[in-house]
Write a protein that binds this ligand. Structure first.
Ligand SMILES: Nc1nc2c(ncn2[C@@H]2O[C@H](COP(=O)(O)OP(=O)(O)O)[C@@H](O)[C@H]2O)c(=O)[nH]1
Ligand SMILES: [Mg+2]
Length: 288
């Protein structure tokens, strides 16, 4: 049997579950997730291999309707760029949410992309009564073919989806089918920065996440302990004090959760020194 290979770009509105799907497909946490938009800021590219071939999955930020901030603008240029290099596109729909302008904007972009597309209905675990809005999306099947219904969170029907993906991909030689390093778009420090940002997103109020970035300055193994120095960057002193919280309670919680998860992932003790600093220019420095 000839192997198949290609780049599969996961596209969809913010919050449809793109990053959750990617983590489930590769059975590893590679992309951070949260209920907040803008959680994924840069595309995360990950390798998946099995005897059928090799796939590079690209988890993109969700395309947002209205954007006026720098972070949002940067995010919105990322999606069309990734889509232009796709061999196959997974177009994800959240069947628990109404269609809207955002969706229409994305459909417009997808129509211009020549690569084959698979329609994926996500969150079918929520498909009960009023939450089942699948009928609003079924017109898309005329254009994109029959959809696959999945729950990324509960990992249902992912095998079916992966089978469809391999069916659609072009044949190509894969030199090495051994498992390697799955994440190819970021290094270890960048991954840890992302993990800290995830914990911040989960612990901070609505408006804050957009204004923060995370940088890891140092990461090294010292006698079996992973020692990490990292900084959360806020665009103003007001946001800085919100990240710190009353008597430092927020920053401590963020640090605690990040450390715990890293210890689980790396299977070793982690020492995390986490600071907060005001840096008005972090978005230009880190996102452009
Ligand atoms: N109920 C349910 N929730 C999901 C499912 N997939 C993702 N979510 C949740 O939806 C939110 C957004 O997920 P995320 O993967 O960050 O979305 P993204 O912005 O498209 O990358 C998170 O709170 C996920 O736990 C699903 O299949 N069912
Ligand atoms: Mg995401």
């Amino acid at each position: 049997m000839k192997t198949k290979t290609g780049k599969v770009v996961i596209a969809g509105r913010p919050n449809v579950g793109k990053s959750t799907l990617l983590n489930a497909l590769v059975d590893q946490k590679v992309s951070i997730t949260s209920p907040r938009p803008q959680t994924t800021r840069k595309s995360v590219r990950v390798e998946y291999k099995d005897k059928r071939g090799m796939i590079v999955f690209s988890d993109t930020p969700g395309l947002m309707g209205k954007v006026d901030d720098l972070v949002g603008k940067r995010i919105n240029t990322e999606v069309p760029k990734e889509l232009a290099t796709a061999d196959l596109v997974l177009y994800m729909i959240d069947i628990s949410r109404k269609r809207g302008d955002e969706e229409n904007k994305l459909i417009g972009i997808l129509r211009k992309i020549k690569a084959p597309k698979i329609l994926v209905y996500n969150k079918i675990d929520l498909a009960k009564g009023k939450k089942n809005l699948i009928a609003q999306y079924q017109f898309l099947e005329e254009e994109f073919g029959e959809g696959v219904m999945i729950s990324a969170k509960l990992r249902t029907h992912l095998k079916t989806l992966l089978g469809r993906v391999f069916d659609e991909l072009p044949e190509g030689e894969v030199k090495n089918l051994d498992p390697g390093i799955p994440i190819i778009s970021q290094n270890a420090k960048q991954f840890v920065a992302e993990l800290i940002r995830e914990k911040a997103f989960l612990n901070l109020r609505q408006e804050l996440p957009y204004t923060i970035g995370v940088e890891v300055q140092e990461m090294e193994d010292r006698k079996g302990v992973l020692v990490i120095k990292a900084t959360i960057l806020a665009v103003s002193d007001k946001y800085k004090s919100m990240v710190i919280g009353k008597k430092g309670v927020k920053i401590r919680q963020i640090g605690y959760e990040a450390r715990k998860e890293l210890e689980l992932l790396r299977n070793k003790k982690v020492y995390l020194e986490l600071k907060v600093e005001t840096d008005k220019h972090w978005p230009e420095r880190m996102l452009l």
